[in-house]
Design a protein around this ligand. Sequence first.
Ligand code: CDP
Length: 210
Amino acid sequence: MKKIIAVDGPAGAGKSTVSKICAARLGYTYIDTGAMYRAVALKVLLSGKPVSEELLDNIKIELDESARVYLDGREVTKDIRTPEVSRGASDVAKLGFVRSKLTELQREMAARGSVIMDGRDIGTQVLPNADLKIFLTASVEERARRRFEELKLKGLAADLAQIRNEITLRDKQDSEREIAPLAQADDAVLVDSTNMTIEQVVAKILELAK
Ligand code: CDP
């Protein structure tokens, strides 16, 4: 039977890492909705123009089984992970016409089979009938530390205080926006990963999914 798991939470809580592993173990498709907002932001940046409904009219966003991301047929998996695109994603995510377009695409993706979908509004707006909803969080210090380590591993320059500020700002913007703000659904299970390893979080979700 088709099953749906929704994972929401703030930036850097570990949603994509644990969702990817859970999807592989359960044989579900992993859908990273943040990557879709990032792809829209990248398209806007590349266009050099303000975001418009026209720009979204013929946008093509695809995610493959290895979580690679394609924008209008071109792979942008790495290009969408810059701080500029992170900020841009949070900006375009405030707009109703962007959200309705992506929500529609996300529902279509979920209709095809069992999925684990991560984002900010999956349990509250996109898939309110999900079989299991997780709200994954961690302290802002821990989330900033994880992003810092992630960037260092990639050989990129990183400043912990700056990352902490960017995360705090983005969480505030995501939580305070009018349309589909970041929020824990009433029926979501809260998982605080501050003092948990990736494997512990995965085990917890798999246990709840049984
Ligand atoms: O990976 P990280 O947690 O830093 O962010 P992300 O999941 O890639 O999402 C990037 C941005 O897209 C977020 O800051 C939100 O503003 C927006 N977003 C959203 O509004 N709704 C979603 N379902 C997913 C992401």
